[in-house]
Design a protein around this ligand. Structure first.
Ligand SMILES: *Cc1c(COP(=O)(O)O)cnc(C)c1O
Length: 352
């Protein structure tokens, strides 16, 4: 820390992204990226947009907003686009958390970072022993609620009806539902924004739509919430979505079939991998996301993580109490998952 750094950030511990080592060619199952390339339509539109990079991007993302409004059957003033959904989550912490925030104690690691960054008081509500959320813990809580559905890194889902109960029970607070993984089998609560003016739903093009490197996220909520978020956006970076990324997003929406097919493949590969992991002595949560959260009945999570890395497979290990026994394994292509299982078998032979 230099002597110039603001003292208010003295205790800020930044988010740790999944490692991206370059020393060898890894089978990368640690950051929940898609194994599939973006749609050709997305690639072509992005390449075309590159021809006009001398011009600023459209701060309103009008073309993309219209496409998404049609896709989700909402109004254009009920949508805001951001630089990845991380940015809209940060905006929500900036905009709506005057009386504090709550989220589960095991969830996306960025929530506490955003809270600290913005000086938001927060508390973490323990998950139950089986990693599920007890929705009655979130009723009439008097604070802004952040819930990832499916949750990370467990992949466990709440039903839309359960989320509705939480939203209904907190009419004076915003409830943010982070649907980064919703396309892999969970039910979206986007339709509920018509009924509740305290619900903000965030989604991303990073996971199911293969655009993690493009950085494209968005929020859907009633127009008053979106207006507030735009106040924050126009006070930080109006051009937060670049031209190529906006174009890629439009191309991605046009090629919806491609992504539906890819999500179908991920679900099949998830099932296949879960069966193999069970055969090898793992237990895991019931994941509806593009990853599995698995622990071995005998061998520790860190040992498995380290041995896999030596052999060229990256998974995500969280060195945190309650999570240490587990690894989060991104679901890739079938070939990747077959190699992963084969290498994991070798690792277990060495360790058992
Ligand atoms: C990946 C992820 C995000 C954000 O991803 P972006 O790439 O910033 O859109 C948000 N929430 C959860 C739970 C995630 O796993």
């Amino acid at each position: 820390m230099s002597r110039f750094f603001s003292s208010k950030y003295n205790c800020l511990i930044p988010y740790t992204p999944g490692e991206q080592p370059k020393d060898m060619q890894y089978i990368k199952l640690n950051t929940n990226e898609s194994p599939f390339a973006p749609s050709k339509m997305a690639q072509e539109r992005a390449a075309n947009a590159a021809k006009n990079l001398q011009l600023y991007s459209d701060p309103e993302c009008r073309d993309l907003v219209e496409a998404v409004a049609k896709y989700f059957a909402v109004q254009t003033d009920e949508i805001i686009f951001t630089n990845g959904s991380d940015e809209i989550l940060n905006f929500a912490f900036m905009a709506f958390c005057e009386s504090g925030a709550v989220f589960p104690d095991i969830t996306y690691g960025f929530y506490p970072v955003f809270a600290q960054l913005n000086g938001v008081e927060y508390s973490e509500i323990p998950l139950q022993d089986d990693f599920t959320i007890n929705i009655s813990d979130y009723k009439s809580i008097g604070k802004t609620i952040f819930i990832a559905n499916p949750n990370a890194p467990t992949g466990i889902v709440l039903a839309a009806s359960e989320i509705e109960e939480i939203v209904k029970a907190n009419p004076d607070n915003v409830v943010v539902i982070d649907e980064a993984y919703v396309d892999f089998g969970a039910e979206s609560v986007v339709p509920l924004i018509k009924k509740y003016n305290n619900l903000l739903v965030t989604q991303t093009f990073s996971k199911s739509r293969s655009l993690a490197g493009g950085r494209l996220g968005f929020g859907i909520g009633c127009k008053e919430l979106i207006r507030d978020l735009n106040t924050i956006k126009y006070s930080t970076n109006p051009y937060n979505v670049n031209r190529m990324t906006e174009a890629a997003g439009i191309g991605a929406l046009e090629d919806d079939e491609y992504y539906k097919t890819n999500c179908g493949k991920i679900k099949e590969n998830r099932q296949w991998t879960a069966n193999e992991l069970k055969r090898l002595g793992f237990i895991m949560t019931d994941s509806y996301a593009n990853f599995l959260f698995a622990k071995h009945s005998v061998v520790g999570g860190k040992e498995i993580y380290l041995r896999l890395k030596e052999k060229g497979v990256l998974v995500r290990h969280f060195d945190k109490s309650g999570l240490r026994d587990y690894n989060r394994i991104t679901i890739g292509s079938r070939e990747q998952m077959q190699s992963f299982i084969q290498i994991l078998e070798e690792v277990l032979k060495e360790l058992l």
